[in-house]
Structure formats: structure tokens, C-alpha cells
Design a protein around this ligand. Structure first.
Ligand code: ADP
Length: 311
């Protein structure tokens, strides 16, 4: 295992921010730490990365205790903090050279590592420009590059896509997924789609406690949510007759007419959890001699469980 957290507890004064949490991670795992703001995600990450001492409990990284072996642990870990501490008057290349030396990369390897990180993180076009003049997306890539410069086994990324635009978010997520094949990645987020898009394991944390732990699919399976299919058909049919026909499908609990867009009808079809209704719905649409324009199954159930657990 690469990270082992045992009965970790952290008080700030009298305030209990992390309440007796335990978990282990494996290599090749991209673990999403999901929870509302204030849940204790950053605090846990700061303890794993040796920047804060625990009140009680232990954390081991690659078998080393974070309090007893903090310097060694830092060398095994890449950390992207929530507030990315960059030197704005350095270029990405200069900054990466500086961090590499600090992180103990042997002198003769620094240039090679820096150039590799510039390539992996897509910084080629801005490598000589002052960091202060870069867009938020590029700054975040510089942050990721510095976190990985010493080729760490474990990457801890605190809200890695916060403040990025949708295109940048997709790029950073793809980069994380690529890294996650060889490393252990723990990332924190307060948004659910982040976890669904990137992680193969989720720990949901609320008020300092772990309230769920599993793959996104496992958590989804545990939730009580129904499957919801949104159907759009051409409006050249009798909507009541189509609606009646859809209602007769086995495992369908409810059919809701959403709207007439002018040239199409939209319905929501609520079915039993796990039921795949798409094929039988398309057959019913054909029987009504109309045209199927689109059909989408909503993945609302992980959202349901997240809301339920963090209420
Ligand atoms: P998250 O990352 O999930 O948003 P944090 O770990 O940052 O949560 O914070 C957990 C709780 O601890 C919050 O209620 C926060 O206000 C509190 N907290 C965080 N840092 C400190 C601190 N240095 N002193 C006092 N309280 C803090």
C-alpha cells in the first residue's frame, strides 16, 4: 500500500476537523476525496504531506511514518496545495529547476526532469515566460509539474481543477488519469462530476468523517436512485398514446411529459434502479411511427447518495 491512514484525528483548538478516519490506498489508484467545503479534505492532505501534525492517529506513506520520517516522506510525495505557491517572477523552466534542486533531484538529472515535465504538462509554449503573466490553467499545470518533478510515487492534489475553464478542466483530468496509471493519486474535490470523470475510487467525507468508500459504480449501486431516461421524439405522433405505451413497459414506474419544443416532444421515463430501458423504449417509439431524436440516461444516483450522505 502507498498510503495508510489509521484513526487520524485533527483538532484546531477545540474544533474537531478530522474525526478518526482510516483508509489505505494502492498503486494505480486515483482516489477522489469528495466532500462539501469544510469537510476536512485539505486538513487530511496537509497531514499526509507532513505540513500539519495529526492530533492523534498515524499516517504512513510508502511504509514511513509522516511524523518520524517527514523529510523522506516529502521526497516520495508530490503535492499540489489548494493555494499554489508559485514564484511569479520566475519562468516555468526556472521554477522547475529550483523545485527540482529543493526536492533532491540529482544535479545531473535536473534538466532532463524539467524538460520532461514541461512536455508532459504541455508547458512548451510558455516555458520562458514569467509565471505571473500566465493564465490560471497554465499556472495550474506549472503546479502539477512541480508536484511531479521528483517522480514521486504518490501525488496529492488539492482541488486540482478549481478555477479552470471547461477545456482546461478536461486537459488536467486527462493528465491526472495518465499519471494515475503508474502512481497513486489522491485528489480532493467538492464537485461530484470531477470524481466520476477521473477517479476509480471515492471516499466521501463529511464533517471530518468518512461516510462512504468504494468505486463510483459501487456507490452508485448502493444508492436507492431510479434510472431516468430523457427521451426526445418528433412531435408527429399522439403524445398520450406514446406516453401510455411507455408506461406499460416492465420496470417503468412513471412517465412524465416534460415539454413540446415546437417540433419535438420530451419525456422523462423513471425506471427501477439498474434497469436498462433504452432498447424497449426505442421499440415503442417505432411502434408509434415517429422518429427518435435523442435518448439520455441520467446518472443521478451517485449525486443522490452524495446529497444523502452529506446533508
Ligand atoms: P475542506 O478542505 O474539506 O474544505 P478543511 O480541511 O480546509 O476542509 O477544513 C475543515 C474544517 O477545519 C473547516 O471547518 C475549517 O474552517 C477548519 N479549519 C481549517 N484550517 C483551520 C485552522 N488553521 N484553524 C482553525 N480551523 C481550521
Amino acid at each position: 500500500m502507498s498510503i495508510k491512514v489509521s484513526n487520524l484525528t485533527k483538532y484546531y483548538g477545540n474544533f474537531l476537523a478530522v474525526d478518526d478516519i482510516s483508509f489505505e490506498t494502492k498503486k494505480g489508484e486515483i482516489l477522489g476525496f469528495l466532500g462539501p467545503n469544510g469537510a476536512g479534505k485539505t486538513t487530511t492532505m496537509k497531514i499526509i504531506t507532513t505540513y500539519l501534525p495529526p492530533t492523534s492517529g498515524t499516517v504512513q506513506v510508502e511504509g514511513m511514518d509522516v511524523e518520524e520520517k517527514s523529510l523522506e516522506v516529502r521526497r516520495k510525495i508530490g503535492y499540489l496545495p489548494e493555494i499554489n505557491p508559485l514564484y511569479f517572477d520566475m519562468s516555468p523552466a526556472e521554477y522547475l529547476d529550483y523545485v527540482a534542486a529543493l526536492d533532491g533531484v540529482p544535479k545531473e538529472n535536473i534538466k532532463k526532469r524539467r524538460d520532461e515535465m514541461i512536455r508532459v504538462c504541455g508547458l512548451e509554449s510558455v516555458k520562458g515566460q514569467d509565471i505571473g503573466t500566465l493564465s490560471k490553467g497554465f499556472k495550474q499545470r506549472v503546479g502539477l509539474a512541480q508536484a511531479m518533478i521528483n517522480n514521486p510515487e504518490v501525488l496529492i492534489l488539492d482541488e486540482p481543477t478549481s478555477g479552470l475553464d471547461p477545456n482546461q478542466i478536461i486537459e488536467i483530468r486527462n493528465l491526472i488519469k495518465k499519471l494515475g496509471r503508474e502512481k497513486t493519486v489522491v485528489l480532493s474535490t467538492h464537485i461530484l462530476p470531477e470524481v466520476q470523470a477521473t477517479c476509480n475510487r471515492v471516499i466521501i467525507i463529511n464533517k471530518g468523517k468518512i461516510v462512504a468508500d468504494g468505486t463510483p459504480e459501487e456507490l452508485q449501486a448502493k444508492s436507492k436512485g431510479e434510472s431516468i431516461v430523457t427521451l426526445e421524439v418528433k412531435n408527429n405522433c399522439d403524445k398520450n398514446s406514446l406516453s401510455g405505451s411507455l408506461k406499460e413497459i416492465r420496470n417503468v414506474n412513471k412517465v412524465e411529459f416534460v415539454k413540446d419544443t415546437g417540433d419535438s416532444f420530451i419525456f422523462n421515463i423513471y425506471g427501477d434502479k439498474g434497469a436498462d430501458l433504452r432498447e424497449v423504449i426505442s421499440t415503442r417509439v417505432m411502434q408509434q411511427k415517429t422518429t427518435l431524436l435523442s435518448m439520455q440516461t441520467k446518472q443521478s444516483s451517485l449525486e443522490d447518495i452524495f446529497r444523502e450522505l452529506t446533508r
